[in-house]
Design a protein around this ligand. Structure first.
Ligand SMILES: Nc1nc2c(ncn2[C@@H]2O[C@H](COP(=O)(O)OP(=O)(O)O)[C@@H](O)[C@H]2O)c(=O)[nH]1
Ligand SMILES: [Mg+2]
Length: 298
């Protein structure tokens, strides 16, 4: 490899980190710069000295902030990050570096979704991740399947344009969103995803809240320029769910001749009304935005 590579590894007491560092050096090269951003006990921190890597002790919280601190310290032309728990296949870094070097991408995400080891990812994370990745894809017109991944490779120039941005809680999606909105090309490479062998997840107390936060950052950007798409789309979805429930209730009534499903009928009615209100909100916001645009032009 002719480019210099820096790899940032965020960790909270991860036992797997030590063998990961060894493997990275064996696979990618002895000369890679490894930066560990650590938020663990003193005992663990002292053990990190044996890795020969640069070690930063994180004072604040959050994996995004940890990775950001590591990247700011990195000297390489190509920057990468990987979780310390040895769940991500390091071949993703090798393939990602190639893609960045070829000039085809500025940020490469490791896509785990096509190759999940049994029991490595809960069903609801799979669904949430797919929905968020779909939203991201629609918003930035790039096909990605795993915005919640823990592996990426990034071009130095791309990072330099976001190095002062304050990280928000969205994991690696934070980097993907910030770069994509500036027009940098986000691509992905397929990787295997393994089950955690040691310890528990450290990321957050509630992955659901975390997912909602990622969604809210994505929606915030959409809302800023396409309220009709966001609210209108939401209105159509909610309205259709209401209609589907309503049709179910109606067909039961027509079959049996007795009307018993008052609760479901009420829910259906409310969803249709809510859908309609969302749609109207979208129209009004869209109109306001149009007026604002016209005023700016004048
Ligand atoms: N330095 C640092 N590392 C973190 C923090 N939160 C998570 N990590 C590390 O980031 C990686 C991903 O976290 P993990 O708990 O595996 O998340 P999950 O795979 O989504 O369950 C692991 O290496 C964690 O040890 C944090 O606040 N600071
Ligand atoms: Mg993990």
């Amino acid at each position: 490899m002719h480019q210099s590579i820096s790899i940032v590894i965020p960790t909270i007491e991860e036992e797997s980190l030590f063998s990961l560092v060894e493997k990275l050096r064996q696979t990618i090269g002895k000369d890679i710069e490894i930066i560990i951003v650590d938020k663990s006990s003193d005992t663990y921190y002292n053990r990190l000295k044996s890795t020969g890597a640069i070690v930063i002790r994180q004072r604040d919280k959050g994996v995004e902030s940890a990775i950001m601190q590591g990247l700011r310290r990195a000297k390489g032309n190509i920057l990468a990050s990987i979780d310390a728990d040895e769940t991500h296949d390091i071949s993703g870094i090798v393939d990602g570096v190639k893609l960045v070097e070829s000039g085809k991408a500025d940020l490469v995400l490791g896509n785990r979704m096509g190759s999940l080891e049994q029991g490595s990812m809960d069903a609801y994370i799979k669904v949430g991740n797919s929905v968020l990745s779909w939203m991201f894809g629609k918003l930035y017109k790039t096909e990605v399947h795993d915005v919640l991944t823990g592996l990426f490779v990034m071009r130095r120039g791309a990072f330099d344009s976001i190095r002062e941005v304050e990280p928000y809680r969205a994991g690696i999606a934070f980097f993907a969103i910030e770069l994509a909105r500036l027009g940098y090309r986000v691509r992905e490479v397929d990787i295997k995803y393994y089950k955690r062998r040691h310890g528990k997840s450290k990321l957050t107390k509630s992955k659901f809240a975390y997912g909602v936060n990622v969604a809210s950052h994505l929606i915030r950007q959409l809302r800023d320029y396409s309220p009709l798409l966001v609210f209108g789309g939401l209105g159509v979805i909610v309205g259709l769910i209401g209609l589907a429930i309503g049709i179910g209730v109606l067909s039961d009534f027509l079959h049996s001749g007795v009307f018993v499903q008052t609760g479901r009928a009420l829910a259906a009615f409310m969803l249709v009304v809510l859908g309609f209100l969302f749609f109207v909100a979208g129209l009004i916001l869209d109109m306001l935005l149009e007026i604002e645009k016209r005023m700016v032009k004048k």
